[in-house]
Write a protein that binds this ligand. Structure first.
Ligand code: PLP
Length: 404
């Protein structure tokens, strides 16, 4: 096993390290400024100031009013709050929800819960082979009983970016509330909620943008009716009870501001590394397919399927060499089910099983990419040599690996 200094982390869609500036922003609120933001004394006022300053900064990054930002404990909580909160608040107006087949389980399971236990009906939009939703299908699916549409901005497994502007315009024209899970896109793609008036709610999460785990946020446009899910004190304008995670919130806002400032320089750098990875893979390995939309895609994400072998086996081989990647989302890895996202894209089960997701980040370097390509070429050749599925595996050069 490689030691820490040599490890290569290509799983930034699962989580990111806390960046030094975010750590610096949060530390005072774990040590000397530990007040409860609801307390009226000086300790409390310091904490309250930190929370409200963070709210202002996050609102600036989103292009919204600070009063429209609700801090949550995670992206999962933001998704749950948006979907159940809108559904419960709109019960008398309708019972129909629309989402897509490729959402994160935080969205899919929230919708399933409403269907199973609260009598709602749900429609699931399909996607094409690149993972794109068809806005015309959304248009056809909306009925006068539809109370919520939830379509993610960018997919966590493939990086495919949805046509959010078009989707938002449809929802606005039809008077339907739209939620978008922007947990993966926030900080990576330009986003200005002033230019997307059809987006009523939007989820984000700190630990995907180099802030710590345990801090997320939900944008709730003014006028959107929302039932709170967590009851208690009057925190977050009665929309989310619970003593604020002051340190996490301060770090989330610091990280969001930095991501916005650095995006224009950082995203092309990461895209170039992602392209180098794909070029290296295709130069050295045969029978490999890129999954997702190569044009409308997050700069940091590369999802590829390797024929004849299991993604899990590749991951284990890479892990032995200190290289971390993922098969599907972190939440589903470990299960033997093929990725619901790849299946929705119409991929054959065997290919879906052979998929690996590489997600790059701030710390990724060319040297790391080259090491990953070397390790992959070696692992794929060895695994294909052993795979009963490989054609002509007993022949010389079996496994379809190109000579380097
Ligand atoms: N939505 C998407 C698209 C995600 O990728 C994730 C996490 O992987 C979540 C929601 C959940 O966010 P959190 O880990 O903050 O609960």
């Amino acid at each position: 096993m490689a030691d820490t200094a040599e490890r290569v982390y290509l799983d930034h869609n699962a989580t990111t390290p806390v960046r030094p500036e975010a750590l610096e922003a949060m530390l005072p609120f774990l040590t000397e400024r530990y007040g409860n933001a609801s307390s009226i004394h000086a300790f409390g006022r310091e904490a309250r100031t930190a929370v409200e300053t963070a709210r202002l900064a996050l609102a600036a990054a989103l292009g919204c009013d600070p009063a429209e930002v609700v801090f949550t404990g995670s992206g999962t909580e933001a998704d749950n709050q948006a979907i159940k909160g809108v559904a419960f608040a709109s019960r008398e107006r309708g019972d129909h929800l629309i989402t897509t087949k490729i959402e994160h389980h935080a969205v899919l399971h929230s919708v399933e819960y409403l269907v199973k236990y609260h009598g709602y009906r749900a429609s699931y939009l399909g996607v094409d082979g690149r993972g794109q939703v068809d806005p015309a299908e959304l248009e056809r699916s909306i009925t006068d009983r539809t109370v919520l549409v939830s379509v993610m901005h960018a997919n966590n497994e493939t990086g495919t970016v949805q046509p959010l502007e078009e989707i938002a315009a449809i929802c606005q024209a039809r008077g339907v509330t739209l939620h978008s899970d922007a947990v993966q896109s926030f900080g990576k793609l330009p986003l200005d909620l002033r230019r997307l008036p059809g987006v009523s709610l939007l989820s984000l999460s700190g630990h995907k943008i180099y802030a710590p785990k345990g801090a997320g946020a939900l944008f709730v446009r003014k006028g959107v009716r929302l039932h709170p899910l967590v009851h208690g004190g009057g925190h977050e304008r009665h929309r989310r009870a619970g003593t604020e995670n002051v340190a996490g919130i301060a770090a989330l806002a610091a990280a969001a501001g930095l991501a916005a400032r650095e995006r224009e320089a950082e995203q092309p750098r990461i895209a170039a590394l992602r392209d180098r990875l794909w070029a290296g893979i295709t130069a050295r390995i045969a029978a490999v397919h890129r999954n997702g939309d190569p044009q409308r895609c997050l700069a940091n994400t590369l999802n590829a399927s390797f024929e004849y072998i299991e993604g899990e086996s590749i991951l284990l081989s890479l892990d032995m060499k200190g290289i971390a990647a993922s098969s599907g989302s972190a939440c589903t890895s470990g299960s033997l089910e093929p990725s619901h996202v790849l299946m929705a894209m119409g991929m054959p089960v065997e290919l879906a099983h052979g998929s690996v997701r590489f997600s790059l980040g701030r710390g990724t370097t060319e040297a790391q990419i080259d090491r990953t390509v070397d390790a992959l070429a070696e692992a794929v050749a060895r695994l294909r040599e052993m795979s009963p599925l490989s054609p002509g595996r007993s022949c010389a050069g079996a496994g379809g690996v190109k000579p380097s």
